[in-house]
Design a protein around this ligand. Sequence first.
Ligand code: SF4
Length: 332
Amino acid sequence: MSPEKPEQYGQSEQHGQHGQPELHADCANCFGLCCVALPFSASADFAIDKPGGQPCPNLRADFRCGIHRDLRQRGFPGCVTFDCFGAGQKVSRVTFGGRDWREDPVSAKRMFEVFPIMRQLHELLWYLNEALTLPAARPIHGDLRRALEQTERRTLDNPDTLMKLDVAAHRSEVNVLLLRASELTRAAAVPGLKAEAPRGRKNAGGKNVGGKKAGAGRARKKELRGADLIGADLRGADLTAANLRGAYLIGADLKGADLRVADLIGADLRGADLRGADLTGSIFLTQSQVNAANGDAATRLPATLERPAHWDENVRGDRQNPANNGDSDTSK
Ligand code: SF4
């Protein structure tokens, strides 16, 4: 949710994961749909309430955001972390053939209805493309390809057909394949993962990791699907090849954690501290998840993702404030 999105990232413009530029937001070719179609509520992510179908007051006449350089400072971090996976330009240019909602108010309501459906389809395309890059998932590459083609065809349907689509059912079908791709990949990365005996692990401060709610035991099993790890102390945790699908990691302390080949699909990383963490080869991690977290120069990301610009700002802020020496855990 951020027209002129590339400025939110690092130096280079994004070209889309897995060489799929059409799966990345191209705000110049979108009618600011995320800033109109979607509702949001005043919260830590958004400074104001806005109902769906009503343009955000910050949206300019040219469909660009009037405050895109200062979204975080102006109380709209949720806009920085939103990613339409290219659904905005697809709906604007393909589904509705370049007619914008201001020129064509009759189509506007349908356009706003189609946008979230298209976003889900494009998100699935993103994951399916990633699954096809996973060598260990080769046994199901045929099924993945078929699901990819079917999903691509659906994105080209007309508005009425798209509005009738049972997108939840389609997601469920695709999710079975994504789960299998994840299992194959994580099992290949850590042979005998399922049979692995739990082993204690302590962080640099001598504490057991995963202390809050989930507990160290659950962290050791690495089966953390949907786990409540909000604010958990996971410093230095060994989460290699962990299943963190849909886990709540809001504000979790993952400094120095080993998240290689972890499945992070849908994990909520808002405000998570990834400084020094290793996410190399993590599965189904998206740019918007990374943007929602905090990290530093020592954070290792999958090659397909970019280091968010605000991480560098964090570093600059730390330099200006000697009290922030990278270890703020003395109270824990
Ligand atoms: S502040 Fe408004 S116009 Fe700007 S990116 Fe967010 S929703 Fe869009």
